[in-house]
Every structure is written in C-alpha cells, then in structure tokens.
Design a protein around this ligand. Structure first.
Ligand SMILES: [Zn+2]
Length: 281
C-alpha cells in the first residue's frame, strides 16, 4: 500500500473542455474589469494586484471547471490553467486595444480584432513604439521598457492562472472506487506544543496518539492543523494533511498521508473536546 495519496492521473476529456471554457468565459467580463482597473488606477502597486487578481480569477474558473469534470492530474491541471490564462491574456489585449483606440465607445466589441491576430500584432507593435503606459511618470513608457512591462504582466497572469488551477485540483483526494471527490472534510486545530519536525516524524510513524496530547489549538493563534479528507460514500479512502500555521511561518508538513478507516476514526474521536463544534463541514 502507498503511504501518501496520489492522483490516479486520469483526465476525462470533458473535464479539460469544461476547465478551458469556464476560464475563457470568465475572462471576457474579467477583461473589461481588468482593462478598467489598469486604466483608471494610477498606483503601480494596485495595478499589479489587478494583474494577479485577473490571472487568479481565470485560474480559479478553469480549476473549478476541471474539478467539476473530475480531472485528477496535476500536470494537466497546470497546463490547462496556463493555456486558459494565455487565452485570457489575448482577450484582455483585444479589450484594451479597442478601448484605447476607440475611446468614447467604452464597451466596444473586440471580437473582430481578436479574429485577426496578425493585424492585432501590428497594432501592438505600433502601440509599443509610441507608448501609452505611463508608470506614474509624465512621459509614456515605450520600447524595450514597455515590452518588459508587458512581458512581466503576461508572466504573472499565466503564472497565477496556472498555479490556482493546479492548487484547486491538487487540494482534494479523489476516490476512484466511487468516482467522486473526497468531500468529507474535517479540520482539527492543535496547540503548538511540540517541535514541528518531531510531530511530523511521529505522525509519519503513525503514532497518532500524540495528537490529543498537544492540546486544543485555536484558528486565530499559532497552531498545528490536521485536515482529514474522507470519501463520504465508501469511507475507505481517508487522508491526513498536517499544516503548521505559525506567525510568518506556514507550511504543509504532511500532504495527504493515507489512513485506514479506523485510524481516521480514532483521530476524530480523540480530538480535543472543545473543538468538536468547529470545523465539521
Ligand atoms: Zn469511496
């Protein structure tokens, strides 16, 4: 038996399709918002947050589409996330170009422009040489500096889109026997009364009785958090994830250690008393 849970790698075609479509659909209104954001917001820092939010939103939509379509392959999730955010970047370029060259008609339709990538590229080259994007300065940014800004923007959008889609698919185990995600999730908080490395070793050696000895922890203070994922249908697939959440130090110490049904049950039963009301979803 494996020690840690791993996705089977299965990729239903419909899952990829849903992921891509969901991401692209969301990117259409998001492109208008993003365009509005980067044009209206004058602070570089806030613009930067807009860029990250745009990528993350598209990745979230793509990830949710794939989750719904039961994609259990981290590499495919990341690839679809990247491809979708690349498409979203393209759409956002169309919306932005239409907006700056067609001011006054605020919600212009960029679909004709988007159908002609060659022409769009010419417009981009032209825009780069004249420059539009002023970085809190008087003169517009153009040329190499502007390429650098655009490249950074593209990397962040595609990077965050990829990361979020990947994280969404990686997050939950999938029960192949029941063909469903392990949607039974329990979070248990423990006090940080042991060295993280010691706790990690003990749990890897399946000494789960050390958990209640830690005492109850609080979500609001430094704590160890155990997340139990279980298949709600058969109950035979159970995993445990251990995270440490210390101020400025958050880390996953154990990622989806496979448990037997009785091990999962004993951890649930031995949880610190007052914590029972919290966490069960
Ligand atoms: Zn199951």
């Amino acid at each position: 038996m494996e020690t840690y849970y791993k996705h089977s790698g299965k990729v239903p075609a419909i899952g990829v399709l849903f992921g891509f479509l969901a991401g692209v659909l969301v990117s259409i209104p998001a492109s208008y918002l993003y365009d509005y954001g980067i044009i209206e917001i004058t602070t570089d820092k806030l613009r930067f947050i807009c860029t990250i939010a745009f990528g993350a939103l598209v990745g979230l939509a793509a990830g949710m589409g794939m989750f719904w379509g039961k994609v259990r392959n981290n590499l495919v999730a990341a690839t679809v996330g990247a491809a979708t955010s690349l498409a979203a970047l393209y759409i956002s370029w169309g919306v932005w170009l239409i907006d700056i060259y067609d001011r006054g008609r605020w919600i212009s339709n960029p679909s004709r422009l988007l159908m002609h990538p060659g022409f769009m590229w010419q417009v981009i080259l032209q825009t780069n040489s004249t420059g539009t994007w002023a970085m809190e300065h008087e003169s517009p940014t153009a040329g190499a500096m502007l390429w650098l800004v655009w490249l950074t923007e593209a990397l962040f959008i595609v990077g965050f889109g990829m990361l979020v889609a990947f994280a969404l698919i990686k997050r939950q185990p999938f029960c192949e026997q029941c063909d469903s995600w392990c949607s039974k999730i329990e979070k248990i908080y423990y006090a940080p009364t042991m060295q993280p490395a010691d706790l990690k070793t003990k749990l890897q050696n399946r000494q789960f009785e050390c958990l209640p000895a830690l005492g109850q922890g609080s979500a609001k203070a430094a704590h160890f958090r155990v997340v139990l994922h279980s298949c709600p249908t058969c109950g035979t697939l159970n995993t445990m994830t251990l995270m440490k959440t210390f101020p400025k130090d958050q880390k996953t110490l154990i990622d989806k250690l496979l448990l037997s049904a009785s091990e999962a049950e004993s951890i649930r039963h031995a949880r610190p008393a007052q914590a029972i009301a919290a966490g069960t979803k």
